[in-house]
Every structure is written in structure tokens, then in C-alpha cells.
Design a protein around this ligand. Structure first.
Ligand code: AMP
Length: 216
């Protein structure tokens, strides 16, 4: 199963992916997580990406495409994978298509997660992430059992730099301008399914996505 989760920042792509990978037994490939890990480790990639990320801008396509290509060739991707946060521009989508062609892979489905902008704002300002394992929580919608502490590993929770209000507005604008053209791009290829996720529980939305991707 090869699928893409498409949707604005705060749509819940990371949260749904976390559940879908258990159901489909394929890895999640989150370019945001890969970049954050590189920033944390202070790699060359991390140093180049950090300023873009802090401003809520996209990092240049040239930094990201090769990483994704390497990642999907790894052994754990042999039964498929779930892309979260990639592609984010038409250029990246074209590159992905070329990578799939070169490696004999076929995209099954793109899930377009639709969420109202005011709901996104609330989700993003409430979001907290674990410093140790990267798990996501939300002070409004998915609070941890103990404030500031990760339920999964006991790590410390923090608010991402790019989840501050000014940066959030920029990220949502960047999504509209640079990423939302992918909705038409994949709809024209008849590869897109819409999911409205402004309301409904996480489990309901995961169930709807699972139905589209072919497991009951
Ligand atoms: P995310 O965790 O998906 O919200 O990504 C966090 C940040 O990482 C984004 O705001 C971008 O700066 C950067 N980023 C993640 N994925 C991509 C991508 N596919 N292309 C360009 N920049 C990306």
C-alpha cells in the first residue's frame, strides 16, 4: 500500500499516520520528522533547513527529494509506505512520479484531509510534541495524562517553534499557495479521495481513511 496524506498543517496527518501504520504494517515517512531529527542532530541538512522551518517556509525541493528517494528504497518499505508532508509542491510531486517510475512503484491513493482554517489554528496552537520520541499531543483535543509529560515514553513535551501564532498564519498561507495545487493535480489523475476532518473523532477519521485504503 502506497499512499499520500495531503492536508494543511494541523490537519492531523501525523496523528492519523501513527494509527494507520499499525493497521497497514507499513512505515510512515514524514519529511517534517526527518528534517526535525536533522536539526536536532546538527547535520548539514539540518543547518540548511532550520531557518526555513522556523519561518514556516518550505525548504528547497533540492534538499528534500533525494532524502525521500533514499528512504523509500529502504528494506522496510518493501510492502509500501505512507507519505506524510511530502510532496508539498507540484515540482516535488513530479519528482515523486519519476522516482516511482524508476523504481517500479505505484501510488494507490492520495487522501485529501480537509479542515476549516479556524479549527487548524486551534489545533496548531494547542499542539505539543515529545522531545524524546516525537509523539503528538494537544492541550485541547488530545491532552497527555500528566501535563507536559509524554504518555508513551515519559519524555518532556514542548511547543514547536513553528507552532507559534505568527508562524502558523504563514504556514497556512504557504499551504494555500504552494501545496493546495496538488489537490487538482491528483484529482485530475483520479487518485484523490476527500475526507472532511473538521469534526469527528480521531478514530472515526482513521476508520474512514482505512475504508478508502481498502481495509475494514
Ligand atoms: P511538518 O512537520 O510536515 O509540518 O513540516 C515542518 C516543516 O518542515 C515545514 O514547515 C517545512 O519547513 C519543512 N518541510 C517538511 N516537509 C517538507 C517538504 N516536503 N518540502 C519542503 N519543506 C518541508
Amino acid at each position: 500500500m502506497i499512499a499520500i496524506l495531503l492536508g494543511p498543517p494541523g490537519a492531523g496527518k501525523g496523528t492519523y499516520s501513527g494509527k494507520l501504520i499499525d493497521i497497514f504494517k507499513v512505515p510512515q515517512i514524514s519529511t517534517g520528522d526527518i528534517l526535525r531529527a536533522n536539526v536536532k542532530q546538527g547535520t548539514e541538512l539540518g543547518k540548511k533547513a532550520k531557518d526555513f522551518m522556523d519561518k514556516g517556509a518550505l525548504v528547497p525541493d533540492s534538499l528534500i527529494v533525494e532524502i525521500v528517494e533514499d528512504r523509500i528504497k529502504a528494506a522496510d518499505c518493501k510492502n509500501g509506505f505512507l507519505l506524510d508532508g511530502f510532496p508539498r509542491t507540484v515540482e516535488q510531486a513530479d519528482s515523486l512520479e519519476a522516482i516511482f517510475k524508476k523504481n517500479g512503484l505505484k501510488l494507490d491513493r492520495v487522501i485529501n484531509i480537509i479542515v476549516d482554517r479556524d479549527v487548524l489554528f486551534k489545533r496548531l496552537t494547542g499542539r505539543r510534541m515529545c522531545k524524546a520520541c516525537g509523539a503528538n499531543f494537544n492541550v485541547y483535543t488530545l491532552p497527555p495524562k500528566a501535563e507536559g509529560v509524554c504518555d508513551k515514553c515519559g519524555g518532556e513535551l514542548y511547543q514547536r517553534n513553528d507552532d507559534k501564532p505568527d508562524t502558523i498564519a504563514n504556514r497556512l498561507d504557504v499551504y494555500e499557495k504552494q501545496t493546495s495545487p496538488l489537490i487538482d493535480y491528483y484529482r485530475k489523475k483520479q487518485a484523490l479521495s476527500d475526507i472532511n476532518a473538521s469534526t469527528g473523532s480521531i478514530d472515526d477519521i482513521v476508520k474512514a481513511i482505512t475504508g478508502i485504503l481498502g481495509k475494514k
